[in-house]
Design a protein around this ligand. Structure first.
Ligand SMILES: Cc1cc2nc3c(=O)[nH]c(=O)nc-3n(C[C@H](O)[C@H](O)[C@H](O)COP(=O)(O)O)c2cc1C
Length: 330
């Protein structure tokens, strides 16, 4: 079965790749991922604050401290909590490139436009084949509008696109007032791909200790539904690749994501739970499913359930909404 797909301009033998996570920190695991057939690798993110801290250190050394970076410093978790510092991250790109022959996608995580974005060039020089910009920011400022937040991200993308030649994907959260409009602006500014969606880790409250308890919960298939909706709305309407991240655990999840319009499928929770070999199982089961359902190729199925030809997706969504509420009595 021909499972090939194109993502960020790379012709891949199939759509499955490990998404950003600590899986790529260990070279043995990385080799197991390649043995399992991973189509590419996404590294975990290097954080804006890590880079800013290093730049502050240099600025201090040169006796020219920078206020904005100095401020960033005060929020930074201690360096030991990061698996790799900025220099080590670049070395890890070198090591990964030497260890595997599949595309290596580096990841930058941040929320503000600034000098730290220049690190993208070092990542390219270190051998990264593409870059994922993970925009992870919570809008908490009453004076900041949604337009200001979107413009900031567009500037970040522009800064990166102006300094490197490798493809750039933007990993988004689902929380935008008008995602199609923003997605189109990102595509127009040169985003080679959009990755849907980041998960926001939602802290809980411990009512006995009166502390905020951070929780790291792996996903389940229920999280895919939000992604399916937005893939279906965006697919076929933008000149950019689409990857899904979040909630793909079974081959049927993958079928749905492809039908909704995903070009690539990033896996994290299922690989953390079942190991790298799960990727091979998903690939095999996807091929079987396509054969059983008499498809000739993955491309034939891709986007078959998107809303590209739907004349009024908003009315369609409202009709579904009303029908679902009424179904309670049915
Ligand atoms: C332990 C862990 C570490 C992660 N680290 C990153 C990261 O550094 N950068 C990033 O963009 N996403 C990171 N993610 C998010 C994943 O890339 C992915 O988007 C999310 O887990 C949803 O996919 P899943 O349902 O397959 O787990 C991390 C997730 C986990 C569980």
């Amino acid at each position: 079965m021909d499972l090939s797909t194109t993502y960020l301009g790379f012709r891949l033998p199939h759509p499955f790749l490990p998404g950003a996570s600590p899986l790529v920190d260990d070279l043995d695991t990385v080799r197991r991922l390649e043995d399992a057939g991973a189509a590419a690798l996404v590294m975990h993110s290097l954080f804006e604050e890590q880079i800013a801290r290093e730049q502050v250190a240099v600025a201090r050394y040169l006796d020219a401290p920078s206020d904005s970076f100095a401020e960033a410093l005060t929020y930074l978790p201690n360096p030991e909590s990061f698996a790799l510092g900025p220099e080590e991250y670049l070395e890890q790109i070198h090591k990964l490139k030497a260890a595997v022959s599949i595309p290596v996608i580096a990841s930058l995580n941040g929320s503000t436009d600034g000098g730290w974005l220049g690190y993208s060039r070092l990542m390219e020089h270190a051998g990264a084949d593409a870059l994922e910009l993970n925009v992870y920011a919570l809008a908490t400022d009453f004076d900041v509008s949604s337009e200001m937040i979107e413009r900031r991200t567009l500037h970040m993308l522009e800064a990166i696109k102006n300094s490197i030649g490798i493809p750039v994907a933007v990993k988004l959260s689902p929380f935008y007032t008008s995602l199609p409009h923003f997605a189109r602006r990102l595509a127009e500014r040169g985003a080679d791909g959009l990755v849907l969606f980041n998960r926001f880790y939602q802290p809980d409250i411990d009512v006995e200790t009166l502390e905020v308890a951070p929780t790291l919960r792996l996903s389940d298939s229920a999280e895919l539904l939000l992604r399916l909706r937005w893939l279906a709305i965006l697919s076929g309407r933008l000149d950019t690749s689409l990857a899904v991240t979040g909630g793909v655990h079974t081959s049927l999840d993958a079928v749905k994501a492809i039908m909704a319009g995903a070009d690539a499928i990033q896996l994290v929770s299922t690989l953390l739970r079942h190991g790298p070999e799960q990727l091979a199982a998903l690939r095999r089961d996807l091929a079987l499913w396509l054969e059983e359902h008499e498809y000739d190729s993955l491309e034939q199925m891709k986007g078959s359930m998107n809303l590209q030809r739907c004349p009024n997706p908003a009315a369609h969504e409202r009709a579904n909404y009303m029908t679902i509420l009424q179904s309670w009595w049915g």
